[in-house]
Ligand binder design. Structure first.
Ligand SMILES: [Zn+2]
Length: 425
């Protein structure tokens, strides 16, 4: 217990030291953000980004160990600090930032992007900057650090593939990140910029934060034929597809309890064999996504979709083949992880909103996130960092708010210093 008391002797002094550090280096850290924004690279191709991260770590954070331990994911970087003096209750933690950009054009920037086909439309450049700023802080203020801290600069969050080799988190786990490389990590944390919240605000829930997804593909096959020769011997999959898109809307609206969170979206109806306007297609593909906070709800939606799809195809005299591909699991914060994150956020001077269903004004999102796979292996929390009413995620105008860098970095630093070491992971 003595250790806890010694940590809490001067919290205001430490907060002031952190504020002063991030204030003094604000221009430097904002410069890193601009450079990372200009480097925007897609999933698993973050070569220049990774080089930049390593160069910053080597120049500004020489007391941290830096490794690139994953042969199948060479752009991933791990830095860690292991103080000689640690406190008994301050267990090692891992902080993660994703580094990849989207394959989309972005609004013009200064400096211009190195490759205009990619854009940091999800703010991962800002997450990486926050983690670099924490690394800088852990080096400069290492006398304050009393726990081992692992910093994971992760590629390929945007790939959407949870299977082997599919996303940065999946590859890291398959390479033993938490089993053999840093098995002592007791909790994991990450943040994501969140446009609806103001700079200085964070959203943290002690349950689901983001949804789990499935993509589906429904191939409907009939006879098709000349568009001008309908008749009793014809079966037209396009009519079945249109009926399915309309009737499928009833699944979430009427087939589930109104107190569940899920959505089903048909995003493509495609004639897969012909582009001629006088041909009724023989094969039509219908595709879309299902998202839910609860995996069981997602299964129910897909089961009802299969049932309706088969019934409608049969009613139109068509055959149907339905397939699906699993996306990321739901991102679910542990209670202790959320509690530690809230404590760290308050120490960092941030305004904390509880994310939850029911009366909470900040609701969970049905977007999906591969940090969920780390949260399945360890307790911890995924936190939304206010981006100041910016453009939405995955849009050409989204920029990580420069003024949020110090906020996110200070939050990470408070977690890293482990002053709330009463946490029980
Ligand atoms: Zn993102």
């Amino acid at each position: 217990m003595k250790d806890i008391v010694s940590l809490q002797d001067g919290p205001n002094d430490i907060s002031e030291e952190l504020s002063s550090f991030f204030g003094n280096h604000e221009a430097l850290h904002k410069g890193w953000l601009r450079e990372l924004h200009s480097l925007a690279e897609p999933s698993f191709e973050e070569y220049e980004t990774s080089k930049f991260v390593i160069s910053v770590l080597e120049r500004y954070c020489p007391s941290l160990d830096v490794t690139t331990p994953f042969p199948l994911s060479p752009t991933a970087v791990i830095a860690y600090i292991e103080p000689s003096e640690t406190l008994e209750l301050s267990k090692p933690i891992l902080l993660r930032a994703d580094m990849d950009a989207l394959r989309m054009k972005g609004a013009p920037t200064d400096p211009p992007r190195k490759n205009d086909d990619y854009h940091h439309g999800c703010g991962h450049d800002g997450h990486t900057t926050c983690l670099l700023a924490v690394a800088h802080c852990l080096h400069e203020l290492r006398h304050l650090c009393k726990r081992k801290v692992v910093l994971f600069f992760q590629p390929a969050e945007e790939s959407g593939m949870p299977l082997k080799g599919g996303s940065g988190a999946r590859v890291a786990l398959d390479h033993g990140l938490l089993e053999t490389i840093h098995p002592d990590v007791s909790a994991v944390y990450a943040l994501h910029c969140w446009p609806p919240l103001r700079v200085g605000q964070v959203g943290i829930g002690d349950g689901p934060m983001m949804g789990t997804g499935t993509t589906f593909s429904i191939m409907i096959e009939g006879t098709g034929g000349h568009a001008a020769t309908p008749g009793p011997d014809r079966s037209e999959p396009l009519l079945a597809a249109c009926s399915l898109v309309c009737n499928g809307q009833s699944i979430v609206a009427r087939g589930l309890s109104p107190f569940t969170s899920s959505t089903l979206a048909f995003t493509a109806v495609e004639n897969v064999e012909s582009r001629s306007l006088n041909v009724c297609p023989r094969k039509v593909s219908v595709q879309g996504i299902i998202r839910a906070l609860d995996a069981e709800v997602k299964k129910t939606v897909f089961a009802q979709l299969c049932q309706i799809g088969k019934s409608i195809a049969e009613a139109y005299g068509c055959q149907v083949v339905i397939s699906s591909r699993e996306g990321y699991p739901a991102t679910i914060n542990s209670r202790d992880g959320a509690s530690s994150a809230k404590e760290a956020a308050r120490r960092a001077g941030l305004i904390v909103f509880d994310v939850g269903e029911g009366p909470s004004m900040v609701k969970p999102s049905l977007c999906a996130e591969d940090f969920s796979m780390l949260l399945i292996k360890r307790p911890g929390a995924y936190v939304w960092l206010g981006n100041g009413g910016s453009a939405g995620l995955h849009t050409s105008s989204l920029r990580f708010n420069e003024n949020a860098v110090a906020k996110g970095a200070k939050f990470f630093a408070e977690l890293a210093l482990g002053r709330n070491c009463t946490e029980q992971h």
